[in-house]
Design a protein. Structure first.
Length: 164
């Protein structure tokens, strides 16, 4: 049975495609790509059908990650097929929990940086790099990479628990 994770930010062109790409790479490195799937979406549909922001693509490719992406909007009906919904900031977390059809679905929503043991628990947001320069995209990638290690460990535990 496949474990499905969806990363969600505002427009699905910066943070969430970056998180999806990094997490997919971690899943592949761990040899778990046959049991874990990852994708991404935005809380809004402003960029639906567009590719990732060119700065996101550049930073991902320079660090050896795949950057192929088409933006889309998250829909409440997706909760039924997802095991985990990863919000990139607290605004996304609130929006997704409001959108969730059931309490069980709302419980599937977590902040990405909650999986980073070194993160300041007072601020678990991944800042939106869209209106800034390239350094914001680099900072975003660092946060995503660090949190992805803990996220993969948590997901692996869930996957192994299903198999037991």
């Amino acid at each position: 049975m496949t474990y499905r994770v969806c990363f969600v930010c505002t427009g699905n062109i910066c943070r969430s495609p970056m998180a999806e790409s990094v997490f997919r790479a971690r899943v592949t490195e761990a040899g778990l790509d046959d049991v874990i799937e990852a994708d991404s979406a935005g809380t809004g549909g402003w960029h639906e059908g567009e590719g990732a922001d060119p700065r996101t693509v550049a930073v991902l490719e320079e660090h050896g990650y795949a950057a192929e992406h088409t933006a889309r909007q998250f829909h409440a009906s997706w909760f039924a097929r997802l095991d985990l919904v990863i919000a990139l900031d607290s605004g996304h977390l609130r929006a997704l929990r409001r959108l969730a059809p059931t309490e069980q679905d709302a419980a599937k929503v977590r902040l990405l940086r909650s999986y980073d043991p070194t993160a300041d628990t007072g601020d678990l947001d991944v800042p939106d790099p869209y209106y800034g320069g390239r350094e914001g995209f680099e900072e975003c990638l660092e946060m995503v990479e660090t949190a992805s290690t803990g996220l993969l460990a948590a997901v692996r535990e869930q996957v192994e628990g299903r198999a037991a």
